[in-house]
Design a protein around this ligand. Structure first.
Ligand SMILES: NC(=O)c1ccc[n+]([C@@H]2O[C@H](COP(=O)([O-])OP(=O)(O)OC[C@H]3O[C@@H](n4cnc5c(N)ncnc54)[C@H](OP(=O)(O)O)[C@@H]3O)[C@@H](O)[C@H]2O)c1
Length: 239
């Protein structure tokens, strides 16, 4: 692995990169939030079809870094489509939260079952009753809003009730947009895999309705590492 740039004042090797990150303090009303995603050079977040996992996109090194980033968090947040895509598993100590209006997520997924008491479902008043009852068996179901989940409220819950000070967001693109639009992403760890996928219907790292030109989120580059043509980028939101 090569360090191409590191403005954090540190210089890491393959063994130490993202092993123990010192983040700025969290604001009082929510955790400090860092996003981690891997994409192709053209920004796609799966090599498969819509709804497939991200399997095969990042290298074994990217997988390793993903686990290390999880190790820096006390909780992780994902969108329902990412959970529906499957193969989601986390270290037992990690709070795991999913955002959904439909409640259409599999209650028997390892996300819920592998660490009893550690799962949270953030939803709205619109979640149908059967889904609510089934998810209440395996998770804390928290209503935050009427139409869409109010993500600021959800993050307040994680901080105040569960003591989460560092939250890892793991996508997908729809949730990422909502988080960026609400000003809730502090840092972005982005792996650029040297692959091209194409396909206008395939989700990219940030989807949603898009921001107006003047509200595009400005990020500043903190570090760049390279391994076998794959880039590991770390950005922080500009103040
Ligand atoms: N390459 C990577 O690093 C990476 C990372 C993560 C995911 N992925 C891939 O990305 C794809 C999924 O991404 P995606 O953009 O399609 O979807 P997503 O962001 O994972 O999930 C979207 C869903 O989350 C729920 N949601 C999001 N924001 C909400 C809000 N404010 N209030 C209520 N519900 C909200 C809704 O669920 P309901 O429809 O249930 O209401 C919505 O349909 C999968 O293929 C997955 O494998 C790749």
């Amino acid at each position: 692995m090569r360090c191409l740039l590191d403005l954090t004042g540190e210089s890491h090797s393959e063994e130490s990169l993202y092993q123990q990150i010192t983040f700025p303090l969290a604001p009082p009303d929510r955790p400090y939030v860092f996003l981690n995603m891997v994409s192709t050079l053209d920004g796609k977040i799966t090599l498969g079809e819509v709804g497939d996992t991200a399997s095969g996109l990042g290298s074994p090194m990217d997988q390793k870094l993903m686990k290390r980033l999880q190790g820096n968090a006390q909780g992780v947040l994902i969108g329902a489509s990412t959970l529906r895509a499957g193969h989601i598993t986390y270290p037992p100590s990690l709070w795991r939260a999913v955002v959904t209006t439909s409640g259409n997520v599999p209650a028997d997924a390892r996300f819920f079952t592998e660490s009893p008491g550690k799962a949270v479902v953030f939803t709205t008043e619109q979640m149908p009753e059967p889904q609510r009852r089934s998810l209440q068996e395996v998770a804390h179901v928290v209503v935050c809003g009427a139409g869409k989940v109010n993500l600021s409220q959800a993050l307040y819950f994680l901080r105040q009730h569960l003591g989460v000070e560092r939250l890892l967001c793991e996508g997908g693109g729809e949730l990422n947009f909502e988080m960026f639009a609400a000003g809730l992403i502090d840092e972005w760890f982005l792996t650029l895999a040297p692959k091209v996928k194409g396909g206008r219907h395939i989700p990219t790292t940030v989807e949603g309705t898009g921001m107006p030109r003047e509200q595009a989120v400005r990020m500043q580059l903190l570090s760049v590492y390279e391994h076998e043509g794959e880039l590991y980028l770390r950005y922080r939101r500009r103040a």
